[in-house]
Design a protein around this ligand. Sequence first.
Ligand code: NAD
Ligand code: AKB
Length: 321
Amino acid sequence: MKPRVLVTGAGGQIGSELVTVLVQKYGEANVFATDKVRRPSRGAEPPLELLDILDRQAVERAIKRHGVDTVYHLAAILSAVGEANPDLAWDVNMNGLKNVLDAASSAGVDRLFWPSSIGVFGPDAPKVMAPQDANLNPTTMYGVTKVSGELLCEYYSLKHRLDVRSVRFPGLISSEAPPGGGTTDYAVEIFHSAIEKGSYDCFLREDATLPMMYMPDALRAAVQIMEVEGRRVRLHIGYNLAAMSFSPAELAAEIMKHIGAFKVTYSPDSRQKIADSWPQSIDDSDARKDWGWRPQYDLKGMVSDMIGRLRERQTAQAKDV
Ligand code: NAD
Ligand code: AKB
């Protein structure tokens, strides 16, 4: 039997592409995409249903109405917006998560995916290959909510028999929806700016190396950990997940192989401090060992695919005008 899936925060960077993948796998009649706000449709995905995760009763009603047994809970506030508005980050990321866990438990949901982040790490974690069990002492409100969220998810897995599965995503690079206010957003903006203007002013330092991943790998990871048999998911906190690590200068150099005249300047802002508190790379050997995780894209493959897709879209838009 195909799962009946509800996605929260489905209009965001991950959700807007994840919904398309889920519809392809399970059929449009089994996927319910929800968000607090409606975004313009890209055409292929089902329409968004309005759902605010701060309204616990509404979440439970939506789960029951659609006979949902699987939830992908993506609604959240990301690191840079969260640092500018810590009360909002706490409210959405903690009270919102608890509402969704409570509603899912009481409505009899079997399985729930909730993404954690490299934001769980703080300055005292090893900078290179931060292990799964590194110290988790983040210095951002986003990180505080991700560490607390991981513990809350583990608690619900133990006490409420809700099978919560989670990964610590690195910064995600995607060609479809724009990123939602994180520290790693530069790695998406840089492509649009390179193609549209031939230049980019980066808000991180040229040597700010961070763990990153291309969206197709992230979507595969989310679906893979949700579909794998339960005995292979040993951890119900977030599994470290890695694909590539690079600095803005290394990314710019790879883009220049496709767009020779591209110029980058650097004007680090408050987001640099957040980047400085995170590791440069993380060790994902537990995810590889336990449920067979393997990324498919490295820096070269990701840049080539991103530029191909954005150029295709630019050509299609030019034809429409
Ligand atoms: P995003 O900001 O692009 O999307 C989040 C969505 O949540 C938005 O569409 C927003 O409208 C919605 N939302 C906010 N408040 C809401 C509320 N009260 N009720 C319902 N919806 C609400 O974020 P994303 O990049 O898609 O991230 C999804 C999840 O993945 C988050 O938990 C994030 O921390 C995690 N994550 C993302 C990345 C990344 O690089 N994108 C990396 C690590 C972890
Ligand atoms: C952010 O920068 O906030 C996110 C993340 C790494 O969690 N992209």
